[in-house]
Design a binder for this molecule. Sequence first.
Ligand SMILES: Cc1cc2nc3c(=O)[nH]c(=O)nc-3n(C[C@H](O)[C@H](O)[C@H](O)COP(=O)(O)O)c2cc1C
Length: 294
Amino acid sequence: MAGMESPGVLDEDDALDLLAFLVTSARTQVDEAREYGPLRLIMAAHRVADAMGPRSSPETQALIARDLPDDAVHRPADGRRGRRLRRPARRAVCGRRAAPDRALRPGRAVVTDAAYRSDPVLASIRRRRVTRAMTSEPLDRHLLETVLDAARWAPTAGNRHLQRYVVSDHPGTLRALRMVSPGMVQRPAAVIAICVDRPLAAAYGFPARATGPYVDVGTATATILLAAQAVGVGAGPVTSFSHAAVSVVLRLPDGWTPELLVCLGRPAPAQPQPVRRRNRLSWRDLTTWVPGPS
Ligand SMILES: Cc1cc2nc3c(=O)[nH]c(=O)nc-3n(C[C@H](O)[C@H](O)[C@H](O)COP(=O)(O)O)c2cc1C
């Protein structure tokens, strides 16, 4: 306002964080589902609000607390939650809509609940959730080593082990990673970058676009998420990041491509809502029997 002193509410580091977030969001959006566009803008708004919070006036803080939406939805004036900007249609299985779970419910408890109660591995699989809010507590190196050792036991095609793990618990490196990773909602205490050693894959005869090495990244990720949970560490996978920037930040050797970042840290007591809620799918929704169910 004319004539009024307006103190800066973002410092240079905050502004740089935001610029990196916006630019890498634009780049990663090219390869992502369209619904991530509005989500990234809301995330950018939250990052601005978080950074300016302590330096803005009480009136501005109150305005932000009241009016900043937490996701890309239209909110009616009465505060009720409105329609999402874009809700993807529930996907049909094998080209047709999956049979409603309701019709098959009688067998469900028999198949699942007893087994989940009696087997700790199944119970752990069911309990695991992505951690998107982490405390600032550092993680002991031995915990990270346990998780990395478990990852080594993940199955890999031909037992080739084409993936490499690049780990950091250095605050400056973690901050730089977060700047170029729009999908990194949490502030992790450590990150494991799962990379593929492309020259090694080529030496085994994999064509450049082969999908096999990506599958190994998936088995490693699942193993790491469960291992982290087993030692009381929260974990969250992230694939929305600038591959070029992450390679630079982590000083990756030539030919190592970063495919997935696993954020690690102690879970905060309150977790944000999942990015998107949809009707819970049962295994039946995802499964087709051939020639047909018995
Ligand atoms: C390949 C892959 C990539 C993912 N990328 C991100 C990401 O960039 N940011 C994020 O917050 N979550 C990411 N996730 C986590 C999923 O959103 C999460 O697993 C899903 O919402 C289900 O939540 P749950 O694992 O807690 O059940 C990713 C998960 C997978 C398997």
